[in-house]
Write a protein that binds this ligand. Structure first.
Ligand SMILES: Cc1cc2nc3c(=O)[nH]c(=O)nc-3n(C[C@H](O)[C@H](O)[C@H](O)COP(=O)(O)O)c2cc1C
Length: 368
């Protein structure tokens, strides 16, 4: 059986971690998915970025009802929340005043798509208060593993130690990996640019060994483009002790993915999943829609986070309410090009581990 040192650190059987995926109100990585992966011997992880603190607490309690195995919670904590702090309404006013062409473009998109303009009146996922409240719950609940994306975990390490929570830092570049090492994280996740969601520019193959080289004694987990035993064996060969997979678990029966997005993922070719700043202001890999093409034709550069996020979330929210999921951003990695259909999460975990073992044994067998 595949078993690496990080399995003992995390208290799991198989070195397969299901990535936290926290898009829109945290609906994708359901407690059922997280628990199914943990019960199968991997580590399930809740993507908590879009969850209100009370929703996060309920989700953690549901996971604990479904499994007694270790699990994780992932939060995106941006290093800098804004180029100018403010509520959604203040940020909208700033866009109207200082970026009128961007504002007009999005009003035009509402009109051309036949979607009635509206604005989000809740502040979720934007403020520092929100991430502070979420973090507080993670520590109070003594969640076994806390994965931090984008931000600097240094200021949270002492509280994590006190709660007995292991901290992982997600790094999309070598510079970011070095900062995570300096912050003293318990393990690193090196995420290549072929991944779904927020990404850097360096793919997994060149990024991973470089991160392994600067990680010292800190274990490294590979992310980006890994969906089967072949990818897993390659990641282990490059120095990773485990894999962190998002896209393949979007194909799990327990994942909550809208049927329209399921169809895009089933039919999409790898090149249909593009890295773009259109929806949040940070480069994110998503299925390409008509909205990307409109922005491209306009020649306008998307704004920075969170201005672009506020601008586009109003559109996304209205499009969702109108059932127009075809124009709603659907984060997904390039590896979706080789995936389709639904499988139970446990089957994904067991098959990936078994196939990786076969690939590794086969490679040893060819040595003479
Ligand atoms: C739908 C979706 C949502 C994601 N949301 C988050 C998130 O909230 N926080 C995070 O750290 N990473 C997020 N990611 C990135 C994953 O954690 C992971 O690094 C990535 O999926 C790995 O690459 P793969 O998609 O090729 O498996 C998301 C990825 C997807 C596909």
């Amino acid at each position: 059986m595949l078993h690496t040192p990080i399995c003992d650190l995390l208290g799991i059987q198989l070195p397969i971690l299901q990535a936290g995926m926290g898009i829109y109100k945290g609906v994708v990585t359901t407690p059922e998915l997280v628990a199914a992966v943990s019960n199968a011997g991997g580590l399930g992880c809740l993507g908590a970025t879009g969850l209100e603190p009370d929703e996060l607490l309920q989700a953690i309690r549901t996971i604990r009802r479904l499994t007694d195995k270790p699990f994780g919670v992932d939060l995106i904590i941006p290093q800098k929340l804004s180029m100018r702090e403010g509520t959604r309404e203040e940020i909208r006013a700033d866009i109207r005043k200082n970026f009128p062409d961007h504002w007009k473009l999005v009003q035009g998109i509402f009109e051309s798509q036949g979607i009635k303009p509206s604005v989000i009146d809740k502040e979720y996922s934007l403020t520092e208060e929100m991430t502070d409240a979420q973090t507080q719950i993670i520590f109070e609940e003594k969640v076994p593993v806390f994965v931090i994306a984008l931000g600097d975990p240094a200021k949270l390490m002492a509280r994590a130690r006190a709660a007995g929570t292991l901290v992982a830092g997600l790094a999309g570049s070598l510079g970011n990996a070095r900062r995570q090492v300096a912050a003293g994280v318990d393990f690193l996740i090196a995420q290549g640019s072929e991944a779904g969601g927020h990404v850097g520019v360096v793919p997994t193959f060149p990024l991973l060994p470089q991160v392994v080289d600067v990680s010292g004694a800190i274990p490294v987990v590979a992310a980006g483009g890994i969906a089967d035993g072949r990818g897993m064996a390659a990641a282990l060969a490059l120095g990773a002790q485990a894999v962190w997979c998002g896209t393949v678990f979007l194909f799990a029966e327990e994942a909550n993915v809208h049927p329209i997005h399921r169809e895009q993922m089933d039919k999409g070719r790898s090149e249909d999943f593009i890295s773009s700043r259109t929806f949040t202001g940070k480069t994110s890999r998503v299925y390409q829609t008509e909205i990307h093409k409109v922005w491209e034709r306009s020649g306008l550069e998307p704004l920075q986070m969170p201005h672009q996020k506020v601008l586009m979330e109003d559109f996304l929210d209205a499009a969702r309410a109108a059932g127009r999921l075809d124009v709603v951003s659907s984060p997904c990695g390039q590896v979706a090009g080789m995936l389709n259909g639904r499988r139970p999460a446990a089957q994904i975990v067991h098959q990936m581990a078994a196939d990786a073992e076969t690939v590794i044994r086969k490679n040893y067998a060819c040595l003479v």
